[in-house]
Write a new protein. Structure first.
Lengths: 421, 421
């Protein structure tokens, strides 16, 4: 493909520069509003300016690099993602999407062409919820939608608030708190986010790219518990046990049965116990356990499936409680809505992939992304996934630069044709 | 029953004195070779001497209170248990057995009768394995059977060795290490231990006493692990998961099925997971778990059942590994042999209970006791369980003093008739 080597080389070099600036072996650390993230923003701003884009930083520290189009009256197209990472994370989760947007600008420059409408590359702040217990506060602030209470959320490592961290870097938490939109949703024709896939579907298919159909919604009980009665393993006969472990195993089996049934009906979903813990001050080889803590996370792109799983789960809990003489306390839940991708943007991406003969089949997104914040604000969104091994949030993320080069080629074709359409 | 009020009152007062001397709210603390245990030994020695017994303390600090019988050529009958407790434990686990022996001496004195053979009340040291990771080191040392390496075992709270703790109280770890028996096994006609039941069988039966049939043997994997692959809960589809949690739940279900089958065959056993832990540095709401640690403890009085469970368990593991793409590492196991009670002693206790019209049906012991050390040394042993609520190793142990009074009555009848037989 004409230009692929250049696009691949540009992306690889820029990602290497960002990696070097945030190295924290193993992997990289770019804390939300921390020095690694800031250095990545500085690199992105410098690179965008060198490609002829205007740089703007909003009250929350989000970066916008705007390459003016032929018709400034048209709403802009935004390509964006985030630049923060988990501690000792991989270099690609987030950064690949910003680098892809800059790669499009570089390719437009190399070809000497311009777009019909403004092209904005956005680097959002603070997407990784490991730092602040919030969903996409950077993107939400950009859209004027961050609840003022979120400014009091504390970063897990520093204990300082989001407002303090914003102010420390010279941003304006006051303006964020007043809910002023930093980018007008009605002036955006679409928000397109390229991201590494965090699962193995593209690898399994042997395809470099996928076009996301929807971001799953979900619900989670992060601090669920099951209570039985502590007893001596040898002295407590089976008839009188209230064993938290057998009750928990029954729960896992019940959720597996629910999953089996839904899968048989052709539904895709995930059900995950991400934490299982007995009390270290109580457990031991000769104990019947009187308590287990666990988390339960269910995701699906269909709200009715999510509701059905919760309904069937609660029936299962009642059965287990009666059968095992245990008691469940699921604790507080949090829920997030599925985000559908915009059909017109998806069709535009598909058509562009077709013209370039790049395989880019539909693929679901099980994780949340900045695009979800834009979708919730009524902005049409789309996402492109890039093949990646070993998942994300770990230093072993393994995206091939050439796959990202293909992603840049697809986005370039898309911005040129979608902008003209 | 003639004398029951006196026996009950004696036991209650002595137990209260021991409780006061080791109070550590909630509950009592009598660490092995700690001050609480020592004060309890001092109280027992003073009480025994006041009842006419000779007191002797051996090289390991075990206490023997000997009331001479009419025929010093006959081997002695020993009634014994331990005086240590777990931290913040109940007052009865161990102490009830020593108090019962002293209660027998008090009742003999009240009646003005003596026994045919010497009656020894033994207070063994260090039975609670929470302090030293050893099985009955006090009783084993008394029998000259403590491995010399055990003297280097460190107490969990102080980090100091068993030898250091013995020496600190003026005992002689050197003699213990040389394996000199402190009480000659061939000079004991029987070792009888009264102990609170640590399960609910007697409560469920509504009976005050039970005659133990056997102490279960068992095997335990204290540090077993199951390995899968960590992944993102939303991004990792079901087909590619290696989920440690579902593998663990399958294991619990498999052990339940093994237990069901053996129960259907009339076998009593216990299967217990006493610890289940995901890695706190890895787990979280959005994680598929790549590892779980757990312990597995199986107990039964029949060795062939224990072997069969292990065989069927290993078959189940292989099936689960293939089905769930996980791997088990059971780690080091430790095993202990079942200890059978002596039929002649059991029959003597049963006959005595019958004469007194005290219900004392057969009952298994799922926990280990000092009597196991004597059984392993070839000494005939028997045990009497006393009804107790809320299990043991916690401050809520609830034995009624009158039930212990009945135990003393039973033992008194037994020593008078067995000694004469």
């Amino acid at each position: 493909m004409e230009g692929l080597a250049e696009m691949t080389g540009f992306a690889a070099a820029l990602l290497d520069e960002i990696r070097e600036a945030s190295l924290d072996p193993p992997g990289v650390t770019r804390a939300s509003y921390g020095p690694g993230e800031q250095r990545a923003h500085d690199i992105a701003a410098r690179t965008g300016r060198a490609l002829g884009a205007k740089a703007r930083v909003d009250a929350a520290g989000n970066l916008y690099l705007t390459l003016p189009g032929r018709d400034p009256s048209l709403p802009a197209l935004v390509i964006g993602s985030h630049l923060d990472s988990v501690p000792h994370g991989g270099n690609f989760d987030g950064a690949a999407g910003v680098v892809a947007g800059l790669g499009v600008m570089a390719e437009l420059a190399r070809r000497g062409v311009e777009t019909e409408r403004d092209l904005i590359v956005m680097a959002a702040r603070a997407e990784e919820a490991v730092w602040f217990p919030l969903s996409y506060p950077g993107a939400e602030a950009a859209l004027g939608r961050l609840p003022v209470s979120a400014l009091d959320a504390r970063r897990a490592d520093t204990g300082r608030t989001l407002a303090e961290h914003m102010a420390e870097l010279g941003f304006d938490p006051g303006a964020v708190g007043r809910g002023v939109a930093q980018i007008a949703p009605d002036r955006i024709v679409g928000f397109v986010e390229l991201h590494i896939e965090q699962g193995p579907r593209l690898l399994a298919r042997g395809e470099p790219l996928g076009i996301v159909t929807a971001m799953t919604g979900g619900w989670r009980f992060p601090k669920a518990r099951i209570f039985g009665a502590y007893a001596h393993s040898g002295a407590e006969p089976r008839f009188s046990r209230s064993d938290a472990v057998t009750g928990f195993a029954d729960l896992v089996a019940a959720t597996e049965a629910i999953w089996d049934q839904l899968e048989a009906e052709g539904r895709e979903l995930t059900i995950t116990f991400g934490r299982v813990e007995s009390d270290p001050t109580q457990h031991g080889g000769s104990r019947v356990l009187g308590e287990l803590g666990f988390s339960l996370d269910v995701r699906c792109e269909f709200l009715e499936v999510l509701n059905r799983v919760e309904r069937e789960l609660r029936q299962a809990l009642a059965t287990i409680e009666a059968h095992r003489r245990v008691r469940f306390d699921l604790g507080q839940s949090f829920n997030w809505a599925p985000a559908r991708m915009d059909p017109r943007l998806m069709a535009g991406l598909s058509a562009a992939a077709g013209r370039l003969s790049i395989p880019a089949a539909p693929i679901p997104s099980g994780a949340g992304h900045d695009a979800a914040a834009f979708a919730a604000a009524g902005v049409p969104v789309a996402m492109v996934f890039v093949r990646n091994a070993n998942g994300s949030h770990n230093p072993d993320e393994a995206m091939e630069a050439e796959d990202l080069g293909l992603g840049i080629a697809l986005l370039t074709e898309f911005v040129l044709t979608f902008g003209a359409g």
